[in-house]
Design a protein around this ligand. Sequence first.
Ligand code: PSU
Ligand code: MN
Length: 311
Amino acid sequence: MTQTASFLDINPEVAEALASSSAVVALESTIISHGMPYPQNVETALRVEQEVRDHGAVPATMAIMDGRLKIGLTETEIEQLGKAGLSVIKTSRRDIPFVVASGQLGATTVAATMILAAQAGIKIFATGGLGGVHRGAQTSFDVSADLQELAKTDVAVVCAGPKSILDIALTREYLETFGVPVIGYGCDNLPAFYVQDSGYPVDYRLDTAQQIADALKVKWSLPLPGGVIIGNPVPAEYAMPNEVIDTAIEQALAELETQGVGGKDSTPFLLKRVVELTGGDSLETNIQLVLNNARVAAQIAVALPKSCWLI
Ligand code: PSU
Ligand code: MN
């Protein structure tokens, strides 16, 4: 047993799936505590888990509780995180040891979820949106730790693309520099969360879950360490009109600046304001795209050869 393994609390259903090399999909929890309001956050988290199950995989929502790295939560634990909301510690790579040592409640970001997933041997992860290079990063240096994690940790992240609260062009450049491939699932351009098309191309378009699974197997067998981004556009019927979302994002960004919000508070602030400024419409889009990502992640996990779970 490695030293890290002693901190892992693997939910029995997840442990059983991993022991038989069956498909497991990791899910993050900052989206629950900081990404959506209560009670929609809890309802969505549970629906997302169900969507993963309906497509043949076992869900493993991650968090830190009572000094343990939790790989798979119970419904009660999801409810606890959702109710506690912003009082939960948003936990990225740097925060993990402190949240564990203090026994506090921590919600994992994409970066932290990748770390926990990798330690448990889980390869596929579904979320809503990634962190990225923020607009104005040329002076603020605000680049999400999610991107560095993708550069080094062997987990594939299915997402609806970066929100345009970020600088998508700079995010693409950063990912290229660090060797993180961006796949479009059935799309030539990277989606931008609320909208299907960011206007920026993906590196590779793949049209089936099997093609994606095959490419992942080759990457990790080479071995070529690091993560992969799979951009999965929100279904057209749930996408938002460009003008509506652009206006809300511009205003949220202006408020961020005047209120002097920075550091780890920037992303939660922007997410919350965009929901408020769209009168809640963006929340429905957000829910639907996460469900859509959970389905695709489960299909990729099922298609991944069993040998891959052991790499
Ligand atoms: N982007 C979203 N929704 C989210 C997040 C980002 O559209 O919920 C969350 C994720 O947990 C992500 C984190 O890992 O915010 C990134 O925060 P930061 O920009 O502080 O690294
Ligand atoms: Mn940041």
